[in-house]
Ligand binder design. Structure first.
Ligand code: NAD
Ligand code: AHE
Ligand code: ZN
Ligand code: ZN
Length: 370
């Protein structure tokens, strides 16, 4: 079939919206009509050329929601008409990783995913002249139709709006999950969140759900304060307005350092600050941000010797097929909020405007609706 997609033709270039060929689903695969997709900073990270795994041409996008149009041979857990959210962290429920309760990082299809291919080693997308187009994170939601492995689709309730629940495909789950699944924050904790964008605000609402007493938000952009407070932030710090040492300021503000700190910026300098602003003896610092090729984190080993620890999280530690439908329920029950964070709605033709808004710090989430 033919479909419309925004293609990343080359690193650092704007996406090009065009008609592309899409082959039907093979064994274990599912054809999905994407109804809406969010723009996550990770899409921009890859588009820009900063991703060591970036491959071009590719159809980016990993924060989508849609409807099953066709199932391939052997698919048993999904049917035509089901509403689904594609998962860049699949859940096969049988690999060594899925069987270990300590991780959500299913590895069943990770190697082909990283090469921009489906599990059989081929791509379903091509340009009209036949040039193959790579998949992205196994999702490629910047296309009106995409083919996704069955194990990388969460089936969700049909009354949930696509233009909101697409965000559960990455930002919402990553932020809330980092608090609940990775840090396992206790009631009464003090926390600091660095970066109040599409991920950081969800960390904040996760901290409120978990019953944190103090939630400090840190961002260079003052305009993020209002939204942060809406989601539960108790204190706001703009590092550019702090006189003297930022770590010392944050340690004092949190009465000796935070129990938990979260990096949602992808800046390795910020990651160091986050580690060092966590409490001596027990502070845990969770890295969510994705850093460019070649970037490395550093601190004095003494920071770890004296009881602080560094941890990381992908997709908020969530097991997608199990957890994503539950998070959709939380949204529908009003336990979590999504609507205020969808600050812009765009057509596919306007997708590059979404990245401009992200760079200008004007959007939290821009969502493309098909
Ligand atoms: P975003 O652009 O919406 O938000 C980033 C925020 O960080 C902005 O508000 C910006 O002003 C702020 N910021 C930038 N530099 C800063 C600094 N030095 N100090 C303080 N604040 C600063 O991005 P997002 O979509 O929220 O993504 C955030 C990061 O999380 C990205 O690196 C993204 O790739 C990563 N991410 C990781 C996962 C995961 O599973 N680990 C999932 C989604 C996104
Ligand atoms: N390809 C990059 C790493 C990108 C990365 O860390 N991705 C996160 C999800 S970000 C979603 O917005 C992730 O899931 N990581 C686990 C994995 O297996 O990719 C690089 O640096 O090579
Ligand atoms: Zn993402
Ligand atoms: Zn698995």
């Amino acid at each position: 079939m033919r479909t419309r997609a925004a293609v990343a033709v080359e690193a650092g270039k704007p996406l090009e919206v065009m008609e592309v060929n899409l082959d039907g689903p093979r064994a274990g695969e599912v054809l999905v009509e994407i109804k809406a997709t969010g723009l996550c900073h990770t899409d921009e990270f890859t588009r820009s050329g900063a991703d060591p795994e970036g491959i071009f041409p590719a159809i980016l996008g990993h924060e989508g929601a849609g409807v099953v149009l066709e199932i391939g041979e052997g698919v048993t857990t999904l049917a035509v008409g089901d509403h689904v959210i594609p998962l860049y962290t699949p859940e096969c429920r049988e690999c060594e990783y899925c069987l270990n309760p300590k991780t959500n990082l299913c590895q069943k299809i990770r190697s082909t995913q990283g090469q921009g291919l489906l599990p059989d080693g081929s791509t379903r997308f091509s340009m009209l002249d036949g040039t193959p187009i790579h998949h992205y994170m196994g999702c490629s939601t910047f296309a009106n139709h995409t083919v996704v492995p069955e194990i990388a689709l969460a089936k969700v309730r049909k009354d949930a709006p696509f233009d909101k629940i697409c965000y559960i495909g990455c930002g919402v789950t990553t932020g809330i999950g980092a608090v609940i699944n990775t840090a396992k924050v206790e009631i009464g904790s003090r926390a600091i969140v660095f970066g109040l964008g599409g991920i950081g605000l969800n960390v904040i609402q996760g901290l409120r759900l978990a019953g944190a007493d103090q939630i400090v938000g840190v961002d260079l952009n003052d305009s993020k304060e209002t939204m942060g407070r809406h989601f539960g932030m108790t204190d706001f710090v703009n590092p550019s307005k702090v006189e003297g040492d930022l770590v010392a300021h944050l340690v004092e503000l949190t009465g000796g350092g935070a129990d938990y700190t979260f990096d949602a910026t992808g800046n390795v300098g910020v990651m160091r600050t986050a580690l060092e602003a966590s409490h001596k003896g027990w502070g845990e610092s969770i890295i969510i941000g994705v850093a460019p090729a070649g970037a490395e984190i550093s601190t004095r080993p003494f920071q770890l010797v004296t009881g602080r620890s560094w941890r990381g999280t992908a997709f908020g530690g969530a097991r997608g097929r199990t957890d994503v439908p539950k998070i959709v329920d939380w949204y529908m029950q009003g336990k979590i909020e999504i609507d205020p964070m969808i600050t812009h709605k765009l057509s596919l033709d306007e997708i590059n405007k979404g990245f401009d808004l992200m760079h200008a710090g004007e959007s939290i989430r821009a969502v493309v609706e098909f």
